[in-house]
Design a protein around this ligand. Structure first.
Ligand SMILES: [Zn+2]
Length: 130
């Protein structure tokens, strides 16, 4: 059982409460500790990420949606240090999916995308709550 750091809690500010609830629940289920590295993004930061090739879309769910909340978070595996190995992200995704089904809140994992897989990325389905 892990706890979110202050920084992770801060990075959840502005994230849709349902997605934040899934993150909190997942932390009680996961075998791999993780931190929240990013939630809400400004349009300016999103433009910079696209320019750098770090993001593919200007229509990211990290941007505040119609309800005022970001609908995406990026998580980083924490094993005494941040690690990016895929097996860790599969374990985190297992916990996120279990939390999602326990809470009845649908989520999508960037690691399940067929192209440009994004292991740290989790989002509510586009149009969620609309
Ligand atoms: Zn992301």
């Amino acid at each position: 059982m892990f706890r979110l750091s202050k920084r992770s809690e801060q990075n959840l500010q502005g994230v849709h409460p349902d997605l934040a609830a899934v993150v909190h629940k997942a932390l009680s289920l996961t075998f791999v500790d993780f931190m929240v590295t990013e939630g809400v993004r400004t349009p300016e930061r999103q433009r910079q990420l696209v320019k750098k090739g770090a993001s593919q879309t200007l229509n990211s769910l990290h941007l505040p949606q119609a309800d005022g909340y970001a609908h995406a978070v990026d998580l980083a595996a924490w094993v005494g240090e941040v690690r990016w190995d895929w097996p860790l992200y599969h374990k985190i995704a297992d916990a996120m999916k279990m939390a999602s089904s326990e809470l009845g809140i649908p989520i999508e994992w960037g690691g399940d995308w067929s192209t440009l897989k994004d292991g740290p990325h989790f989002q509510l389905p586009r149009g969620y709550g609309a």
